[in-house]
Design a protein around this ligand. Structure first.
Ligand code: ADP
Ligand code: MG
Length: 347
């Protein structure tokens, strides 16, 4: 009897020490940032607190916005865009430098399909500031903007400088900065001692550890249809310690004569992409990289996109094509099925 009691006490102690028997709780933190919403789930032990965590997360997001939001006139990126000097070193923060380094990598990997200087065209096509349009801009207006487009017109210099090589070149990092926000928020949560959490900003995700029930995090991909509701789930993937980002042409577009013109622009033609790719989802170690690459592959198209992903280590993709008859066809990179760590993509 005495021995059993001792064993019981030892088990209880081990459970408390390892938190193994402690009930888990899932906390939701949500808000708005970067012109969209964010949702964060953090799993804690029953007696652990997340007090102050939201403030720390929002402070970090605010720092990133002050650096890279083109909607803030005094942000670093706005000041860089206003700069009218060529060949002068423009000092930037570590945040800006980190994003520009990944941006340059994606620009090179995608052979210029991803290009952070494409924004004058985005504006002309009515997807930026300056209001919407429902028609195709005149050819001469597109041609007039092309010379200012080209990421090679900017030098990125360690440990933190940019140099304009062309006066009119400007930057828009909206297709990669959300991913960076996700990575940085994940870093804040990790630093606070949590291992199990899910961070989502505007559909870009990082999943760390597991849910409160010990199962892997599950994330949904929207059905890539213009009439699909935001809750219409096309695929569910399981993720553990991985980033996940999706780019699509089915939300932000207009149509002329049955042809869809979307917010992703081919920097080489000046026109919205028309590769038949309606959705690209990327799994990678970093959400910055996943976010940028998903936009890049929208432009590159199916064959080049899959070939690139299969060449890269630890990066996988799902590319959805819409055929002429309107049907959707899925294409997976070689390791996608094993990367979604449950082993299977669920339908
Ligand atoms: P969202 O921001 O809607 O989630 P993406 O991450 O795919 O979607 O980014 C699309 C945005 O990227 C566009 O609204 C535009 O500002 C910018 N963009 C468009 N074409 C390109 C391109 N070829 N390279 C880099 N950025 C682009
Ligand atoms: Mg993107």
């Amino acid at each position: 009897m005495k021995v059993n009691a001792q064993v019981f006490i030892i088990i209880i102690t081990l459970c408390i020490l390892s938190s193994g028997c402690e009930a888990k709780r899932e906390h939701l933190i949500q808000g708005r940032t970067m012109g969209t919403t964010y949702h964060i789930k953090v799993v804690t032990g029953h007696f652990q607190s997340i007090a102050g965590l939201k403030e720390k997360i929002e402070k970090r997001l605010d720092e990133i916005n002050q650096s890279m939001s083109t909607y803030i006139k005094t942000s670093e990126i706005s000041r860089f865009n206003d700069l009218r000097q060529v060949g002068v070193k423009f000092k930037i923060s570590d945040d800006f430098f980190q994003v520009m380094s990944v941006a340059q990598e994606i620009y090179q990997l995608s052979d210029g399909a991803w290009d952070g200087t494409v924004n004058p065209l985005v504006d002309l096509w009515g997807f930026g500031r300056g209001g919407r349009r429902q028609d195709i801009p005149p050819k001469n207006q597109i041609a007039a903007l092309m010379p200012a487009v080209g990421f090679h017109h900017i030098d990125v210099i360690a440990p933190g400088y940019l140099i304009k090589k062309l006066e009119t070149v400007t930057l828009d990092l909206s297709s990669i900065a959300k991913g960076y926000g996700v990575d940085q928020v994940a870093g804040v949560i990790r630093k606070e001692g949590f291992q199990n959490y899910l961070v989502e900003i505007g559909g870009e995700i990082f999943a760390s550890g597991v849910r409160e029930d010990g199962q892997q995090w599950r994330v949904g991909i929207n059905r890539p249809r213009k009439d699909a509701s935001v809750n219409d789930v096309y695929k569910v993937v399981r993720l553990q310690n991985k980033a996940f980002a999706t780019s699509g042409d089915y939300r932000n577009f207009f149509e002329v004569d049955g042809i869809r013109y979307s917010h992703v622009i081919d920097p080489k033609t000046g026109y919205p992409v028309s590769s038949g790719v309606v959705s690209v989802s990327i799994i990678a170690g970093s959400c910055t990289f996943a976010d940028g690459l998903s936009t890049a592959i929208m432009v590159m198209g199916l064959d080049k996109g899959i070939a690139l992903v299969n060449r890269l280590g630890n990066v996988e993709c799902l590319i959805v094509i819409e055929k002429q008859d309107g049907s959707l066809v899925d294409h997976y990179s070689a390791g996608f099925q094993t990367a979604v760590s449950g082993g299977k993509v669920q339908y």
